[in-house]
Design a protein around this ligand. Structure first.
Ligand code: TRP
Length: 369
């Protein structure tokens, strides 16, 4: 998920998957972008999204979702793709698609995605977006895809025994997802920088080859979020598929139970030390994010009261933070007609934008008959 594009489900960064020089340049650029966004949010269009593979959890929330709402509320126009075709990048069958898509829309609405300002749409419902994939594929070489560290990483963690063409070309369809609406800003985690680099390459090559001196596509910038990494309750990465995640939609009791069973360590005195005490520190971080406070401060307050007190604090903080989201979610869940309407309208808007872009692309390529 994201972040952004950092998906909280994509595995942790492998040491060779990001070039440190590029990463620090991207951080510097992101700081500049943040300032520009504050000054002129109307100059930006964001594309972001998720694959509908299950419920969103707290890792997604603090990793990417929170940041999307922030950008939307700053006045940046936002497109949110529900990447249903891309579910098939790392598995053979897309299970429970309708359910997962609707649950995702519910989660979005509950956390504050405003359909009046943000366009929520499903990938498969926008033919003109998907048609961009063919010309875009012609702009990228097989060896460029082969070298892409994010593709390598995703392949390494795939559940499939063979690499499908869909997986191999992931960065190219992501380029279509981003460029169809001429988004110029993509909030991502650093593991996704190589993907975005391919989008930039596609945009540049398309413009060079067909732009006739002008630019059909912007070269979108990555907006790196300083997404904190939350561990799951078993001390490994929080992930939909591992059963260790605090789901946004879970109820307060379920959340309490999950946190009660969380892994801690044998030291009674609670301190915030992510390097040597990852599980305890991740719990502190979770409470801190929920309360918008420093984890060290929460640790100091708990001190010698130990892990049980820590868990009580975390449970309270999480349930309090999620209560309004969960209440809104329950409200929206009652009105499936509204939900489907949000998606239908989002798809209509995305289709109108995609049709216009495809018309431009075909004209640029002299294939307007
Ligand atoms: N890959 C993202 C995920 O797994 C979803 C996604 C698809 C996306 N296309 C995108 C995100 C383009 C950002 C930009 O959740």
């Amino acid at each position: 998920m994201d972040t952004t594009l950092q998906t909280a489900d994509s595995e942790a960064l492998t040491p060779d998957s990001a070039d440190p020089l590029k990463t620090s340049a991207a951080h510097a650029r992101s700081a500049v972008l943040e300032e520009l966004i504050r000054q002129a949010p109307g100059q930006f269009r964001v594309l972001t999204g998720d694959r509908p593979t299950g419920r969103l959890h707290l890792g997604h929330y603090f990793g990417t979702l929170h940041n999307r709402i922030r950008l939307q509320n700053l006045g940046v126009e936002t497109f949110v793709i529900i990447a249903d075709y891309q579910v098939l990048t790392d598995r053979d069958i897309a299970d429970n698609l309708t359910e997962y898509v609707e649950e995702l829309v519910l989660d979005y609405l509950a956390i504050g995605v405003d359909p009046a300002r943000s366009t929520i749409f499903t990938h498969s419902a926008v033919p003109a977006l998907n048609q961009l994939l063919l010309p875009f594929l012609s702009l990228v070489s097989v060896s460029e895809l082969n070298r892409n560290p994010t593709v390598k990483d995703e392949i390494a963690h795939s559940r499939q025994s063979a690499v499908s063409g869909l997986m191999f070309t992931y960065p190219v369809h992501q380029a279509a997802d981003i460029l169809f609406c001429k988004a110029n800003l993509v909030p991502v985690g650093q593991d996704q920088l190589p993907h975005l680099e391919i989008t930039r390459t596609v945009a540049r090559r398309f413009n060079d080859r067909y732009g006739d001196g002008g630019a059909v596509f912007p070269r979108p910038d990555a907006l790196l979020s300083s997404a904190p990494l939350l561990l799951g309750m078993d001390g490994t990465k929080m992930s939909k598929s591992r059963g260790n995640a605090i789901i946004l939609a879970a109820d307060a009791d379920e959340t309490a139970r999950l946190i009660k069973g969380a892994k801690t360590d044998s030291e009674r005195f609670i301190t915030y030390d992510p390097a040597t005490r990852p599980e305890v520190s991740s719990l502190l971080l979770m409470a801190a994010l929920c309360q918008d406070r420093a984890p060290e401060q929460i640790a100091a307050e708990i001190g010698s009261a130990g892990a049980a007190a820590l868990k009580r604090t975390v449970t309270e903080a999480v349930n309090e933070c999620l209560a309004p989201i969960r209440a809104r979610r329950t409200e929206y869940a009652r009105d499936r007609t509204y939900l489907r309407g949000v998606l239908r309208e989002g798809n209509e808007r995305a289709n109108a934008v995609a049709d216009a872009t495809l018309a431009e692309v075909r004209a640029a390529m002299n294939s307007h008959y």
